[in-house]
Write a protein that binds this ligand. Structure first.
Ligand code: V47
Ligand code: SF4
Length: 392
């Protein structure tokens, strides 16, 4: 297939070759990806990523209605990018929910049409296999249709080791207790050169990948993240994407890739500047181009802000997470754009429509809950013909 990019004879020949691969549906290699990070313009990677995004999903942009619970904001580990790690020395300033506390939060959503609960937090000894197995089965007993997306290999590695059970036994136990899927956290940067410096002590990159592999073999689905924009180089980012693409080739169990921009407030890496919005958009785009076997790329809007989330929809992103009406502390503590990341369904739909995309509410497994294309809101009439629309 030829395009404005492949026909441009003044274009750097390496970039032209990469564009040809993308339009032919051929996989780009690690060298290509590093070259894109180093040499390509934002508009170049943007148009390739948008081509792939539209080929896969057209204008469809997915979101789901979920809520987050963080059992504790205290953690044994000392990841230098994380604002939770400081609290272990001043434990009384944090929170440590009991199973009953968590169930009270779950019950407070009883009259709300949420489809998913996302549970993740710090690592502490009292949150062990028995605790989480009881929690998952209590949630399922209370609200069977609520999808439990919970914990990462960081917690699973810790609790299985503590109970001296294998990953295989442990993940099966969690599945039988009610675990439906795994979120993408704890991945950070897999390469030990970086991981040892920023997340030393917790599960290694190999262990993270192995736990996802076992979960996929059990028929489970999961997400993957990458924490970028700190001390890593483009080589480390591409290596991370490579490991994910290889595992996805093997299992097909990943649903979504979520790049997470390092935020520098209130953690041990606060001296590092945050990367620019241009870098964020390039990173979304190159992830979309490289991860040809991932269906979805998600922008986590509470972290990057609503306008950046809207922009990302032209740079490969097709999912903007949930209608979160709870405050997710790990991000507000680290300096995220949204101090109170709550949006109503209508606000989220309008956000998507204002950049010319179609809003589709999905469940965790990407089954369509509602297509909002033809849904009319009161605001549609109120602002008809106005150039300057309010930013939701
Ligand atoms: O693993 C911690 C990140 C992750 C900071 O699967 C930080 O649907 C930036 O994975 N700056 C947990 N990021 C959150 C996560 C996630 C979020 C939304 C949706 C899904 C999903 C998964 O948060 C951690 C870590 O990489 N994080 N501190 C920080 N200062
Ligand atoms: Fe603990 Fe996770 Fe924070 Fe690391 S990133 S200190 S494992 S909560």
């Amino acid at each position: 297939m030829s395009s404005i990019l492949t026909n441009d004879t003044s274009l750097d020949p390496v970039l032209r070759e990469i564009a040809e691969k993308v339009y032919a549906g051929t996989r780009i290699n690690n060298q290509d990806a590093e070259y894109l990070f180093e040499k390509a313009s934002l508009s170049f990677v943007g148009s390739l990523a948008n081509y792939i995004r539209e080929k896969k999903h057209g204008d469809n942009t997915y979101f789901n209605r979920n809520f987050h619970i963080e059992p504790t904001n205290i953690c044994l580990y000392t990841c230098s990018f994380c604002s939770y790690s400081r609290l272990i020395k001043k434990r009384s300033e944090g929170w440590e929910y009991t199973l009953e506390d968590i169930m009270d939060i779950v019950k407070s959503y009883d009259d709300k049409p949420v489809t998913e609960v996302h549970i993740v937090g710090g690592v502490l000894p009292q949150y062990d296999v028995t605790f989480y197995a009881s929690l998952f089965s209590e949630i399922k007993k209370h609200r069977p249709e609520l999808h439990v997306k919970a914990l990462t290999p960081v917690e699973y590695h810790y609790i299985f080791k503590k109970d001296k059970i294998s990953y295989e036994e442990g993940m099966l136990l969690m599945k039988n207790a009610g675990l439906d899927s795994m979120p993408g956290g704890g991945a950070e940067i897999f390469h030990p050169e970086i991981r040892d410096q920023i997340a030393g002590g917790k599960c290694s990159g190999e262990q993270w990948l192995r736990i996802h592999e076992i979960w996929h073999e059990l028929g489970g689905r999961s997400n993957a993240t990458m924490l970028y924009g700190h001390i890593e180089s483009y080589f480390h980012r591409v290596d991370h994407l490579d490991k994910l693409r290889q595992l996805q080739d093997k299992t097909g169990g990943f649903q979504t890739f979520i790049p997470l921009k390092f935020r520098n407030q209130d953690n041990q890496m606060s001296h590092l500047p945050e990367v620019s919005h241009v870098e964020d958009l390039k990173n979304y785009a190159i992830s979309r181009i490289y991860l040809d076997n991932f269906d979805h790329i998600k922008a986590y809007w509470p972290m990057i802000g609503r306008e950046m989330a809207q922009l990302s929809l032209s740079f490969g992103v097709d999912d903007i997470d949930g209608t979160i009406d709870d405050t997710t502390k790990i991000y507000s503590m680290a300096g995220s754009e949204e101090q109170n990341p709550a949006l109503s369904t209508e606000e989220l739909v309008q956000m998507i429509r204002r950049v010319g995309r179609k809003a589709i509410e999905r469940d965790t497994l990407y089954n369509v809950v509602q297509d909002y294309t033809d849904v009319v809101f009161e605001e549609d009439n109120l602002y008809k013909g106005y150039v300057s629309l309010p930013v939701v």
